[in-house]
Ligand binder design. Structure first.
Ligand SMILES: [Zn+2]
Length: 436
C-alpha cells in the first residue's frame, strides 16, 4: 500500500485508523472505501459520513460490522496492483464506454445515442438498485461514463483498429483461408427491397439478401395469404369485389401447393445461408433436399400430404385432383437434379473437391492436415457478402451521412466480424495515457 505523503494544502494525512474502523485505504490523495470503491477526501468527517450513510445500517451489530470491514480490506489487498489502479482511476467507466460504443456500432445506431442510453440507464438505476447500499456510487459511475458522440466515434475507431490487427494476425497464422467473393456489388440494389423487408416479420430481418429477397418474401406473402384466405373471401364479398379464382377449386389447390412447397424451399434457403458453413455442409443439405423431393412426390401421388399442410387440410373436406401438382413436382425434381449435375461438373467441384479428394487419397495420412483444412475452408460466400451489404445499408443510413467513410468502415468492421475487440486492453491503454 502507498504511504501517505506529508500534509499538503488540500489533501490531509490519511489516518491508519480509517482502515480499521471504516474500511478505507489511501489511493492517490483520496480515501477509497473498500466496501464500495467510492472515494472521498481524506477527512474524518467525510469518511464517517460516507460509512454511516452508505454502509452502517447494513450491519446488525458492531462485531458484524468489524468483520465486514476486515474482509473488505483483505479482499482489496489481494487484488493485483494493476487492477487496483484500474479500479480507482476511472477504469470501469472507460471500459464501460467501450462496451456502449460497441453496442451502438453493432446495432447501427447513431453515435449521439450514447447520451440517451445514459439517461435511460440512470432512470432505471434509481429503482433497480434502490435496495443496494451503494446505489449512489452506481449512479455516479453511470454519470461519469463518457457518452458523447465524439467519444463513441473515437471508441468505435479504436476497436475497429484492434479488430483489424487481430484479423491480420489470424490470417498470418492460418495455414489456409478462403475469400468471400460475390458478383453483386451494387449497394444501390438494396433500397427497393428494404421497405418490403420492413413490412415483413423480423423473422427474416437478418437475411435481407437482395438477390433472394423477392423469393423469400414471395413465400411469406403466400403463407399469409393462404392462412387468412377465408377472411379475405369474406372481406371481398363485403366490398362487393369478384374474384372467381377464389372459388375455383383447381386454382386453390395450386395456390396451396405453392404455399407448401415455397415453405420447403424457404427452409432450404435458410439452411444454406447460415454463416460459418463449409461447402461440405451446404452440399450435404442440398443432397438431403434432393432426396426429400422424391419423398414429396410420393406423398402427393398417394394423396397423403404429410409434407403439404395446406393441401392436407383442404383435402380433408374434399377430393382433390393431384395430376397437375404431381407434374410440377416432377419438374422441380428434374430442375434440382440437373443443377446438382451442373455443380458436380463445375470447376469448383472439380478443383476443390474431386481433385483434393484424389490428393487426400494418394497422400500419406500424416500429411492430410493441410488438404483437409483447405477443403473445410471453402465456405458459402454469398451469405457473408450479402450480410455485409445489408449491414452497410444500415450503417450508411441518412443519420450517418455526415460521417466520413472511414468511420462507417469502422462500424461495418465491428458488425460483421466474429472477432471481439479487446476492450479491457484498450481501456487500460487509455488509463496509461491519462486521458480518454
Ligand atoms: Zn463505501
Amino acid at each position: 500500500m502507498t504511504e501517505p505523503p506529508a500534509k499538503k494544502n488540500k489533501a490531509r494525512a490519511f489516518q491508519p485508523s480509517w482502515t480499521e474502523d471504516y474500511g478505507f485505504v489511501y489511493v492517490k490523495d483520496r480515501a477509497v472505501c473498500t466496501l464500495c470503491y467510492d472515494n472521498v477526501v481524506c477527512r474524518t468527517s467525510s469518511i464517517k459520513r460516507h460509512f454511516e450513510t452508505k454502509h452502517d445500517k447494513t450491519y446488525k451489530d458492531p462485531a458484524e460490522r468489524a468483520e465486514a470491514v476486515k474482509r473488505a480490506v483483505a479482499r482489496y489487498g489481494k487484488q493485483s496492483s494493476s487492477l487496483k489502479v484500474f479500479v480507482n482511476s476511472q477504469g470501469h467507466v472507460t471500459e464501460a464506454s467501450y462496451n456502449l460504443a460497441s453496442c451502438i456500432a453493432k446495432h447501427g445506431k447513431p453515435f449521439t445515442d450514447g447520451e440517451y442510453v445514459k439517461e435511460a440507464f440512470l432512470s432505471c438505476a434509481e429503482t433497480l438498485f434502490d435496495d443496494l447500499p451503494n446505489k449512489d456510487t452506481i449512479k455516479t459511475r453511470i454519470k461519469d461514463m463518457p457518452t458523447s458522440a465524439r467519444t463513441v466515434q473515437r471508441r468505435i475507431d479504436e476497436m475497429a483498429v484492434d479488430v483489424r490487427a487481430q484479423q491480420t494476425k489470424g490470417l498470418t497464422d492460418a495455414s489456409v483461408f478462403s475469400l468471400a467473393l460475390d458478383e453483386s456489388v451494387d449497394v444501390n440494389d438494396i433500397p427497393p427491397f428494404r421497405s418490403l423487408l420492413e413490412e415483413m416479420d423480423s423473422e427474416y430481418a437478418d437475411l435481407p439478401l437482395h438477390s433472394a429477397v423477392r423469393w423469400l418474401s414471395c413465400g411469406k406473402v403466400l403463407e399469409r395469404f393462404v392462412s387468412c384466405i377465408d377472411a379475405i373471401k369474406v372481406f371481398l364479398a363485403e366490398k362487393g369485389q369478384q374474384y372467381p379464382q377464389l372459388e375455383d377449386e383447381k386454382w386453390i389447390v395450386k395456390l396451396f401447393f405453392l404455399a407448401d412447397i415455397t415453405g420447403h424451399l424457404n427452409e432450404l434457403n435458410l439452411r444454406l445461408q447460415g454463416a460459418g458453413q463449409t461447402v461440405m455442409d451446404m452440399f450435404e443439405t442440398w443432397t438431403a433436399f434432393v432426396a426429400k423431393l422424391a419423398v414429396f412426390s410420393g406423398d402427393i401421388a398417394s394423396s397423403t400430404f404429410r409434407y403439404f399442410r395446406h393441401l392436407r387440410e383442404w383435402s380433408s373436406q374434399r377430393n382433390i385432383s393431384t395430376a397437375e401438382i404431381a407434374e410440377y413436382m416432377r419438374e422441380l425434381e428434374t430442375e434440382f437434379t440437373n443443377r446438382f449435375v451442373d455443380f458436380k461438373s463445375s470447376p469448383l467441384w472439380v478443383t476443390k473437391f474431386a481433385e483434393l479428394r484424389k490428393q487426400l487419397e494418394s497422400t500419406p495420412v500424416q500429411q492430410h492436415g493441410s488438404i483437409a483444412l483447405a477443403l473445410l475452408s471453402v465456405f458459402g460466400s454469398t451469405y457473408l457478402c450479402e450480410q455485409v451489404f445489408s449491414h452497410m445499408k444500415s450503417v450508411l443510413s441518412p443519420i450517418r451521412s455526415r460521417l466520413t467513410t472511414d468511420n462507417s468502415e469502422s462500424c461495418l468492421q465491428l458488425k460483421v466480424t466474429n472477432y471481439k475487440p479487446q476492450i479491457r486492453k484498450l481501456s487500460k491503454e487509455k488509463q496509461g495515457q491519462g486521458s480518454h
